[in-house]
Design a protein around this ligand. Structure first.
Ligand code: SF4
Length: 108
């Protein structure tokens, strides 16, 4: 497959030297186009592609750094750190809820 729709700096783009963790990324050359959806991708194809991408992530030596990056930015698209965009939204929502609970005044 051709080039990815964008080449994130964190995965080997022009600013990769600012993110040294990325040099070990298993997806540096995503020739199969696993990590970002093509336009108008049917749901079944998306699910299959994301599972394939996650299998690459599972053996990636920088999975945790990548996941942290994607959650911190946050990256809105693609599979990062073994998580889809929807899964990252769930993680971030849980974190927000947790943080809000920590800020609640103690009743009584
Ligand atoms: S964890 Fe996945 S998306 Fe992140 S750098 Fe590794 S292979 Fe790429």
């Amino acid at each position: 497959m051709g080039l990815r729709p964008r080449v994130p700096a964190q995965r080997g783009g022009p600013d990769a030297e600012d993110n040294p963790w990325h040099t070990g990324a298993a997806c540096r050359r995503d020739e199969a186009g696993l990590f970002f959806a093509p336009s108008k991708e049917p749901t079944a194809a998306r699910l299959a592609r994301e599972e394939q991408a996650k299998r690459v992530c599972a053996r990636c030596p920088v999975l945790l750094e990548c996941r942290d990056h994607a959650l911190l930015l946050p990256e809105p698209y693609g599979v990062w750190g073994g998580l889809t965009a929807a899964e990252r939204r769930v993680v971030l929502a849980r974190r927000r809820r947790h943080d809000q609970e920590q800020d609640l005044p103690i009743a009584g």
